[in-house]
Ligand binder design. Structure first.
Ligand SMILES: [Zn+2]
Length: 125
């Protein structure tokens, strides 16, 4: 947690709260526009026909003024619940190629997971 002086007034500090979670997921990187040999050379272990697992760390940062009544920017229990609903239940211990519709038609490298999370945030869900 950190504070900043860019709040609406100096009496109401703006605070950043972050929470990290780790999840595990499997995938297979394979482009249908490349040959099998080109896929093996490009994606190496991640082109394994039966999939390949990774551990991912996601950090969510919330910024806002401290509520003068509760003393909180966000209830940390609520933040954990939101992360569980939007990230952990969707991605943790899943085969993202088969279990996550968002990744059905894209090559699923780590940046795509970042795009998925940004899209989720932008949708406001
Ligand atoms: Zn991999």
């Amino acid at each position: 947690m950190s504070t900043s002086g860019d709040g609406a007034s100096s009496k109401q500090p703006v605070v950043y709260i972050s929470r990290s979670e780790v999840f595990s997921a499997s995938h297979r990187l394979h482009s249908h526009q490349l040959s099998d040999e080109e896929n093996r050379k490009l994606y190496d272990k991640c082109n394994n026909p039966n999939g390949h697992g990774h551990n991912y760390k996601v950090e969510v940062v919330v910024r806002g003024p401290v509520d003068p009544v509760t003393g909180m920017v966000i209830n940390l229990s609520d933040l954990k619940k939101y992360i569980d609903e939007s990230v952990m239940s969707v991605l943790d211990h899943k085969n993202i190629d088969k279990d996550v519709p968002y990744f059905k038609d894209v090559v699923r490298y780590a940046a795509c997971i970042q795009f998925y999370l940004i899209d989720y945030e932008m949708d406001g869900e």
